[in-house]
Design a protein around this ligand. Structure first.
Ligand code: NDP
Length: 450
């Protein structure tokens, strides 16, 4: 069965691949299992060296990988370059983390008690199409640093950079079988990884619906899972904020990656006393977002990933929006930047759109802002804009969400934990926190009695 890969900006064919099935998945798991005993014995400094080499190879091939990602996802080349830069940083970081992740000794009677951080074995990594190589690296880095072997399943829409990374891992010197990439349907390859008795853990990023499938499927073998799922994050703008700065930044916190971002601040909550002024500033800032050819250096927003996804996104916009931008004519899965006024009960404010559509919602005071922001099944990220430091901390503590920024909309850093509350999932990626979910704690007691 062949798989055709398209460029979403041109609808032209980029590649034609063979689709893997259950047999190929089983073969990849068998290869990963066979490679594990030797891989876990590799000295930590050598494991670190391999990760460092992979990071350097990503840097050496930076432009090629960025172009590939840009063409396959339809994302602007400037953003793709940033993402590939982060992939290299992630591997550098986990190269440095290999020998800083260790056990402890615990005072007990009659002997010595110590803990070890053991690898899990074969881990299955299932990643989405919005930040393909970036999200893959967040899982590969800690998984390999902890001496696991991996089977990576990229999304069928966007497998090209993952395939290339598999080659680079071999070039870096990772032994055969340590890093395996399998391209095929989620419902076939993904499902098999979830149920396979020789896979110890699934690291998953994607929709909450499939996340639930992962949990259900993993129950059969009591697999470990970490889930990074959807979001419906709030960007809370108080009247005392630097409104110009907040309004200038807000479009990029929703329309970046054409809104196909689990951290998108797609609910913009604005204190009623400054609502009209902020709305005017926001419309002007949104008008300035440069939408067009992803290969153009100046482009800030490209198309959506597929025709089907464009239909889903369009279904969210009912009635006349407050503002809707322009998109190029001709081929490509384009959808314009769209601002709508909403109540938090509207569908647009409750469901993850995963497209360039933001809902503006007014609030009266701090208590109502917190109540609205928390009135969602999700809890991934969010922002607070205020000049009042005490309020910023108060609200940050009150929000039920995993990653917050104050007077900023950035969520992700290589060295800091990333992940969700509530139905946005559990487990943390990035930073030293990620190592906890790719290792098992073993406790050993040694008697010192004579
Ligand atoms: P999915 O959750 O379906 O896809 C994510 C990954 O899971 C892909 O690799 C996919 O494979 C795989 N997958 C799909 N079904 C299964 C299954 N039954 N068992 C195992 N793996 C599976 O997301 P979509 O691509 O369909 O996007 C739908 C919505 O999900 C978006 O509109 C958005 O709301 C949300 N989403 C959230 C993301 C996030 O970053 N948190 C990322 C992507 C989507 P394949 O696609 O190859 O079949």
């Amino acid at each position: 069965m062949t798989l055709t890969i398209l460029n979403p900006a041109t609808e032209q064919r980029l590649a034609q691949l063979e689709r893997a099935g259950v047999e190929e998945t089983d073969a990849a798991v068998a290869a990963a299992r066979a490679a594990f005993p030797a891989w876990r014995k590799v000295a930590p400094t050598d494991r670190a060296r391999l990760l460092r080499r992979l990071a350097t190879l990503v840097e050496d091939n930076h432009e090629e990988l960025a172009r590939l990602e840009s063409r396959n996802v339809g994302k602007p080349i400037s953003g793709a370059r940033g993402e590939i830069g982060m992939v290299a940083q992630v591997f550098h970081y986990y190269a440095g983390a290999v020998d800083k992740h260790y056990g402890e000794t615990i005072p007990v009677a009659g002997g010595v008690d110590m803990t070890f951080r053991e690898p899990l074995g074969v881990v299955g990594l299932i990643v989405p199409w919005n930040f393909p190589l970036n999200i893959a690296s967040w899982k590969l880095g800690p998984a390999l640093a902890c001496a696991n072997t991996v089977v990576l399943k990229p999304a069928e829409l966007t497998p090209l950079t993952a395939i290339r990374l598999g080659d680079l891992a071999l070039e870096a010197g990772f032994p055969e079988g340590v890093v395996n990439v399998v391209v095929g349907r989620g419902s076939v390859v993904g499902q098999r990884l979830i149920e396979h008795p020789d896979v110890a853990k699934i690291g998953f990023t994607g929709s909450t619906e499939v996340g639930q499938e992962v949990m259900r499927g993993a129950a059969g073998t009591v697999k470990r899972v970490t889930l990074e799922l959807g979001g419906k994050s709030a960007n809370v703008v108080f009247a005392d904020a630097d409104l110009e700065k907040a309004a200038a930044a807000a479009p990029y916190s929703v329309f970046d990656n054409a809104g196909q971002d689990c951290c998108a601040r797609s609910r913009i909550l604005v204190e009623r006393s400054v609502y009209d002024r902020f709305a005017g500033l926001l419309v002007e800032a949104t008008r300035g977002v440069k939408v067009g050819d992803p290969e153009d250096e100046a482009t800030e927003m490209g198309p959506l990933v597929s025709a089907a996804h464009r239909d889903t996104v369009a279904s969210f916009v009912e009635g006349a929006p407050m503002f809707q931008g322009e998109v190029p004519d001709g081929p490509g899965f384009w959808f314009p930047c769209t601002l709508v006024e909403a109540s938090n009960d509207d569908r647009i404010a409750r469901e993850e759109v995963f497209g360039p559509v933001a809902a503006l919602i007014p609030f009266s005071d701090e208590a109502e802002a917190v109540a609205i922001a928390n009135d969602t099944p999700y809890g991934l990220s969010g922002s607070i804009w205020t000049r009042d430091g005490a309020r910023a901390l108060r609200v940050a503590r009150a929000l039920e969400t995993g990653v917050l920024s104050v007077n900023s909309n950035s969520s992700v850093r290589v060295s800091t934990p990333f992940g969700g509350f509530k139905e946005s999932g559990f487990g943390r990626e990035l930073g030293m926190h990620a190592l906890q979910s790719y290792s098992e704690v073993k406790n050993v007691f040694i008697s010192t009695e004579e």
